[in-house]
Write a protein that binds this ligand. Sequence first.
Ligand code: ATP
Length: 436
Amino acid sequence: MGSFDALVSLCKQRGFIFQSSEIYGGIGGFWDYGPLGVELKNNIKQSWWRRVVQMRDDIVGLDAAIIMNAQTWVASGHVEEFTDPLVDCKQCKKRFRADAIAHNTCPECGAVGQFTDVRKFNLMFKTYVGPVEESAALTYLRPETAQGIFVNFQNVLVATRKKLPFGIAQIGKAFRNEITPGDFIFRDREFEQMEIEYFVKPGTDEEWHQHWVEERLRWYIEDLGLRKEKIRARALPKEDLAHYSKGTFEIEYDFPNKGWAEIEGIANRTDYDLKRHSQHSGKELTYFDEETKEHYIPYVIEPSCGVDRIFLALLLDAYHEEEVRGEKRVVLKLKPQLAPIKVAVFPLLRNRPEIVQKAKALAQALRKDFTVWYDDTAAIGRLYRRQDEIGTPFCVTVDVQSLTDNAVTIRDRDTMLQERVPIERVASVIRSKLQL
Ligand code: ATP
């Protein structure tokens, strides 16, 4: 089994990711994050938010509604442009993206030259607001979070009195009725985006574009800990640019199952969106430059990434199989700060009530500071392996000696070395190891 398949299976078994509505046979392109998945996902989002909002003076946050006035999507160009070319196989009736048909052969049934003409298919999910399903009530689930930012440009500007360059950041769900969802959580129909719209003075946009490519690469390498050689930025050729883009870089990860693929797009959207919203709404969406005394529409650089794809890249990057004393050890070498569980606590002997009680009390005390997992359902070697598999950086074991010396062992996930630490110092030792 390759590392991709092994990881997919681990995700299900250990409660990172489940198929959505699995007991009914599932539904393509939708996934549920389990007990460990939700922790890891939150840690990824928190790391991003901390770096791009909390640690900076020039970016503020936003949480806009998923459903917006339908005019938003007319103005943004999505009603007209957000389409994929589609063909149907006349033989097996399956539908494909036109670019997925190699040599005019159906990938499903093998029929040759049996396709319908190419039609355009809009990827936005439609819905109706209110009790009547009529065209006036029609709107869409947002296919990107960005438009919630653009329509709030003036609100944020007035409320915060920010000066250019400044940005607005947002994390939230996006929905695309992808024709071929797949590669596990790589291409979903419901997913989560983390987007920044960084507004700049026209003419400084290319410099800022370059800056953001470098800054975003730093986040992946320094904060998420992805291996340098597995990540790269690539400028898209002109013919691949979206309708709004003057230039786009893709940040790509080298996935074991499919090679280099996009995890983030960093586009120079120029003044396209604000201009279009200004035209369609009749509202002025300009910035007054106090230095030059001019009103103008800023340009915008957009670093836009998907939480789910990053989640997948991160787990694949962290997944290791090692041999330890003749046995296979699976270990997720996640950066300790990102690990879903920071500390696991075990009693060495589960039939000794004094040890169990001490271990449970320690686990409870540590919960104030960390995500903790208490386990006494197997022998110690097995308990260590279970935690290695989910990336827990520290395992604390209460043993017989702990009853007299009031000390415990802390085992390190990567080196597997153990050190003995007085119980009252466990929290501070772990905190310093986590560099909190
Ligand atoms: P692709 O070419 O793979 O369809 P895209 O260029 O349409 O992606 P963008 O519109 O640039 O993607 O969206 C920004 C980010 O959102 C992507 O880099 C990706 O991480 C994430 N994303 C986009 N579509 C999906 C999807 N269907 N499932 C999961 N994540 C997605």
